[in-house]
Design a protein. Structure first.
Length: 402
C-alpha cells in the first residue's frame, strides 16, 4: 500500500509519546514493504528519508506551530478556531495528496492541520484512518480536564471550539483507539468509522528481572510536572512513607510551579532530577509511579517501565488500568480516595519478597506491545479500510446520481 501519515510532529520534533509512536509505526510499515510518506510540521521545511520513511516537514498552516512556546490567549483562541476551518490547511493537505496519491491516509495527530485534513481526504476520495491519542475532537485543550477535575460533559467553550472537528469526524473511515477507554469515549463522534483498539508500540529490549536489595526502596516518576499529572498528591503521599523510600522525579514543567514544589517538599529522599534520560531512571528504581489525575489515554511510560523489568503503581484513570494487573505487574490505586496511593505503596513495601516475580511478569507484559506485532495490526486495519472504501464507492456514485 501507499500510505500517507499526517502528524503534527515527527522525531526529533517531540512534544509527547505520540511522536515516538508515529515514528515506530511508520518505520515498521515501511519495513513490511509499504511506501510510507509522512507529512509533518517543523520550524523549517525539508524533505528527508529516515529509516526507509519519506519525511516531509512543512511550516504550520495555522497561525503558529503549537510545539513552540504559546503566544497570547487571544491568539490561542484564533488558533483553535482555525483548527476547525482553515482553507490554507485544506489546500496544503490536498497538494500532498495529489503528489503522493496514497491508497490510505493515517492521521496520527492532526493539530495544526486540523479538521481540514479529513475534509481534504474526502475531497480527494481517499480513505482516512485516525489514531485517537488525545481528546482533541471533544475538548479544545485535548484533555477533558479543567479546574483540577475531569470533565463529565463538554463545556460551552469546547462545544464551540470543536464544532468543526466534530463535524469533519464523519469523514473518517477507520478509527484506532490506543486504549479501550479512549475508543469508547469517541465512538459516537465517528459514526462512519470502522473502529478497533490497537495499543501503542514500544521499543522492547532484552531485560533481566530486577532484584530487591536492602538499601531502600526506590520509586520513580517520569513526565511533565503539572497538576493534572498528579505530581503534588504523589509528593504528599511520599512524605508519609518511611525515609528509606526514595523518590526520583524526572521531568520539567513551568519554572514557577517546579520552584514551588521544590520549596514545599525539601525532604532529602525526594530528588528532583529535571530533564533526564528515562533509561537512567528505570535502571535505578524498583517501581514507577503514574499518579495521573486526568484520564490518560494510554500511559506509554507504563509499558516502557515494564520493558526494563520495573513494575508500575498506576492510577485508575483512562487507559492505565488496561495495562496493569493488580499484584501481577504492579498495583492500582484510586486517586479520588485520600489514602489509596499510600496503600498501594505499602503493598510494594510489604511485597519485597515477591518483587522479582513482579519484575519478571512486567517484562513479559511488555512483549504484548512489541512494535512488529502492533504494526501488523495497523496493516490489517488499513487494508480492511481500503477494501471497504472501494466496495462503498459504487454505492456513493449511485447515490450522487439520484
Amino acid at each position: 500500500m501507499k500510505i500517507l501519515v499526517i502528524s503534527s510532529g515527527y522525531p526529533p520534533d517531540v512534544k509527547g509519546g505520540g511522536e515516538h509512536s508515529t515514528k515506530i509505526i511508520s518505520e515498521e510499515l515501511a519495513a513490511r514493504g509499504h511506501e510510507v510518506n509522512v507529512l509533518t510540521l517543523s520550524s523549517h521545511a525539508v524533505s528527508e528519508i529516515i529509516n526507509g520513511v519519506n519525511v516531509h516537514r512543512v511550516l504550520s498552516p495555522n497561525l503558529y506551530w503549537n510545539f513552540n512556546p504559546q503566544p497570547s490567549s487571544a491568539k490561542k483562541i484564533a488558533w483553535h478556531l482555525l483548527d476547525n476551518v482553515n482553507p490554507r490547511a485544506y489546500w496544503l493537505v490536498k497538494k500532498y495528496l495529489q503528489q503522493f496519491d496514497p491508497d490510505v491516509v493515517l492521521t496520527s495527530t492532526i493539530e495544526n492541520f486540523g479538521a481540514e485534513a479529513w475534509r481534504a481526504c474526502r475531497a480527494f476520495n481517499v480513505p482516512v484512518v485516525h489514531v485517537l491519542r488525545s481528546y482533541y475532537v471533544l475538548c479544545y485543550r485535548g484533555t477533558c480536564f479543567k479546574n483540577g477535575q475531569n470533565c463529565t460533559v463538554p463545556c460551552t467553550e469546547c462545544q464551540v471550539l470543536t464544532l468543526g472537528r466534530r463535524h469533519a469526524a464523519k469523514e473518517v473511515n477507520g478509527l484506532i483507539g490506543i486504549s479501550e477507554y479512549i475508543l469508547d469515549k469517541h465512538i459516537p463522534a465517528f459514526p462512519n468509522a470502522h473502529a478497533r483498539v490497537i495499543y501503542n508500540p514500544v521499543q522492547t529490549r532484552p531485560a533481566t528481572p530486577k532484584i530487591m536489595h536492602d538499601t531502600g526502596l526506590h520509586f520513580g516518576y517520569l513526565g511533565r510536572l503539572e497538576p493534572e499529572k498528579g505530581i503534588e498528591p504523589l509528593l504528599e503521599t511520599f512524605i508519609q512513607l518511611p525515609e528509606s523510600c526514595i523518590l526520583h522525579i524526572g521531568g520539567t514543567g513551568n519554572d514557577d510551579y517546579v520552584a514551588y514544589l521544590k520549596d514545599k517538599y525539601p525532604q532529602p529522599n525526594i530528588r528532583f532530577l529535571g530533564w533526564v534520560n528515562a533509561k537512567e531512571v528505570y535502571e535505578n528504581i524498583h517501581y514507577l509511579i503514574l499518579p495521573a489525575q486526568w484520564h490518560e489515554p494510554f500511559g506509554r511510560v507504563v509499558v516502557e517501565a515494564f520493558s526494563y523489568g520495573v513494575p508500575v503503581i498506576g492510577a485508575m484513570r483512562g487507559g492505565i488500568p488496561e495495562l496493569i494487573q493488580e499484584g501481577e505487574n504492579g498495583y492500582l490505586f484510586e486517586p479520588s480516595l485520600p489514602h489509596s496511593l499510600k496503600e498501594a505503596c505499602t503493598k510494594a513495601l510489604q511485597g519485597s519478597a515477591h518483587y522479582t516475580e513482579l519484575s519478571c511478569r512486567a517484562i513479559q507484559s511488555s512483549g504484548y506491545f512489541e512494535k512488529s506485532a502492533i504494526a501488523a495490526k495497523y496493516e490489517e486495519l488499513l487494508a480492511e479500510v481500503v477494501v471497504n472504501f472501494k466496495q462503498d464507492e459504487p454505492n456513493d456514485a449511485a447515490n450522487l446520481s439520484l
